[in-house]
Design a protein around this ligand. Sequence first.
Ligand code: ZN
Length: 264
Amino acid sequence: MNHLLSVLAILLTLAACSGSPTPPIYFKVAVIVDMTTDPVTREQAEDVLAVANQKFIDLTGFGLQLHDFVEDHSGGSIASLVENHMEHTSDLPNGILVFSVGDEDRARIHRAYAQQIPAPKDFKNAFISPYLGDGYMYVAILQFNYRYAACGYAGTGIIQSHLSSPGECPGADGQACAGWHGMQVCPAALEFLEGHTPIDMAAGTIPHEFMHSFSDKGPDDHYSSEACRAAMGWEPSHYVFEEAEYYSDFCPFVYDVFGDSYRP
Ligand SMILES: [Zn+2]
């Protein structure tokens, strides 16, 4: 993290802390585990949300809190898992995190994505999306058991070889895979993954996916998009890796939009 960002992080932390020692308001998150495609324990879910909470406070001033933990064995679509949960719960959260490979393997391919699902008629979300209103459940779908820089899996979820399969790793095929938290990864990826864990890698995507519900430009809301550089008044070549990472690869102004969305 460069100096400017360190200062910014401190300012944001101070802003979040002014008045009370902990953030007074939480964006409440129910976790649904799609047990048929991405088993995650309650402890893992708690750890992911604890890391995401700190990041969320820094970025928005609001905390993230685990509101409910549900294991779903139905094997249904993301919408059906979420709708089923909403139908059977009186005290709904503000957002739902689904651990799953996603519909059509979208999270297995992209690691995570976002979806917005109409909530029951009597529900009003206290975080009001400027483009959706207050009647939606904000959903982040994330594969916890994602194969980062997969090496030796040959497109499956199970290790096939200790050498990289064709097309898996940059450079040549047949490279000796490296190990990372019980998984095989491309040797070139190790320097990026070292110092990270599956917990903080998962947590890092959560602010990003929930922010998608607060701006409607899709990929044009990403940190590295031309639209974001224009919105932020940045030079066309602006890209700072640490900054991109800090903002969970999302355009910074949307965090302010989110911050202003709380109208209980
Ligand atoms: Zn995105």
